[in-house]
Design a binder for this molecule. Structure first.
Ligand code: SIN
Ligand code: MN
Length: 199
């Protein structure tokens, strides 16, 4: 089922369990090469979300600010974006242009992500595609400027969200994780993959 909330295109139940497992296995192979780490926010606090990435670029943050970097902090290039993930991008966007970053976020039961805009990319005309796996996350959608009314939806394992058009620069965040709501990840928690055109 596809619904639109404040311009966010939500494909609920887009991936069946078989495809969710295939993406999960591909993510595990990426994480074996590029382990999760906790970036610091520019004001020096460790984020609660653990991150890694695949692609030409990974997203990174520290005291110097938010940016894309061509190598994992341990010094090795990021692994390639798995084909199972590129297939999802192709299916929901229909674009010939491929994303250059697949940011992989892991939320444990306590993790959350404050309202923010995705604005570190060179050309914000391209959409961002988000894929959720594991425990449900309460996703909050706002406006292109800070403040104003927001709407929230629980994103479930297998849901795919396209943030394009009016929603591309809209504020969004994850308020909380519903621990134990999915059996996909044996140790629980939520994985979110976001595909981004960076250059
Ligand atoms: C993000 O905005 O980077 C992640 C969104 C999500 O976890 O659903
Ligand atoms: Mn974001």
């Amino acid at each position: 089922m596809k619904l639109s909330v404040k311009g966010f295109e939500i494909h609920s139940g887009f991936l069946d369990v078989g495809r969710q497992r295939a993406v999960l296995n591909a993510v595990r192979a990426v994480v074996a090469q590029a382990p999760f780490f906790r970036p610091d926010t520019p004001n020096g606090k460790a984020m609660s979300v653990r991150m890694t990435a695949a692609g030409t670029y990974g997203w990174y943050s520290d005291k110097k600010g938010y940016r894309y970097i061509p190598k994992h902090p341990k010094g090795t290039p990021w692994p390639a974006i798995p084909v199972e993930v590129l297939d999802i991008w192709q299916q929901v966007t229909g674009l010939d242009r491929q994303p250059e970053c697949c940011l992989i976020n892991y939320y444990d039961a306590q993790a959350k992500m404050g309202l923010h805009q995705d604005s570190d990319e060179t050309n914000m005309g391209w959409p961002v595609v988000s894929i959720s796996l594991g425990d449900e996350g309460l996703f909050r959608m706002g406006n292109v400027t800070r403040g104003g009314k927001t709407e929230s939806i629980w994103l479930r394992s297998g849901d795919v969200v396209v943030m394009g058009g009016a929603a591309r620069l809209a504020y969004h965040g994850v308020d909380r994780i519903r621990s134990g709501s999915s059996k996909l990840l044996p140790k629980g928690g939520r994985l979110n993959l976001t595909l981004r055109v960076v250059e």
